[in-house]
Design a protein around this ligand. Structure first.
Ligand SMILES: Cc1cc2nc3c(=O)[nH]c(=O)nc-3n(C[C@H](O)[C@H](O)[C@H](O)COP(=O)(O)O)c2cc1C
Length: 177
């Protein structure tokens, strides 16, 4: 089994989740995992290293703008390559888990759902089976938005993702494996 663990993290929360995924997969004894941060400036550089001819499971984060750009660029690339087919036939053994971290100060998880659905569509178009969608709470880290970490729809989210959140991620990773 090959696993590509893609993520973007601007303030470090998603990176914590991605590293927990990496650690859990590695401890599980899976022989092949690559974890890569999707770079803000150069999605295309990254794209050239991807092959969908593998049988991987993909773990992808999509919250920040660069992840949206990344997804759109990837879709265009596969449209050009003729990989997007009517009825999106399944690719056996190709699976994806899509997740994001989010703060949800205004409307809670509803702020995060569109991001995960958008990202998941790319892989569904390509014929991947979406195994799971994960939503992990992440505190607002910037000085300007720090106050959003208290008093929003999700209450006090300071310090999240915390140890319990990351343990939950680890358990879900084992479930997927
Ligand atoms: C500039 C900025 C804008 C954000 N906007 C939203 C938002 O619209 N909805 C939401 O649920 N969370 C929002 N968040 C919270 C982040 O999604 C959350 O902190 C996430 O865990 C950040 O992940 P990262 O540290 O991996 O970048 C925002 C955070 C920042 C810093």
């Amino acid at each position: 089994m090959k696993i590509l663990n893609l993520y973007f993290s601007s303030t470090g929360n998603t990176e914590k989740v991605a590293l927990k995924i990496d650690e859990t997969v590695t401890n599980w004894g899976t022989p092949w995992i690559q974890s890569r941060s999707v770079q803000r400036s150069s999605p295309w550089t990254f794209l050239t290293t991807i092959s969908f001819l593998w049988d991987p499971e993909y773990t992808v984060n999509c919250r920040a703008k660069s992840s949206w750009i990344f997804t759109r660029a990837l879709l265009q690339r596969y449209v050009k390559a003729g990989e997007i087919k009517p009825a999106s036939p399944r690719r056996p053994s190709s699976h994806v888990v899509v997740y994001c971290t989010y703060g949800g100060v205004h409307t809670g998880i509803n702020e995060a759902i569109p991001a995960v659905k958008y990202m998941g569509q790319l892989f569904d178009y390509l014929g991947f089976t979406i195994l799971a969608e994960w939503y992990v709470v992440g505190e607002y880290m910037t000085k300007k938005l720090k106050s959003h970490s208290v008093g929003g729809r999700l209450g006090d989210i300071r310090g999240r993702p915390n140890r319990a959140d990351l343990e939950e991620v680890a358990e879900k990773v084992k479930g997927v494996l």
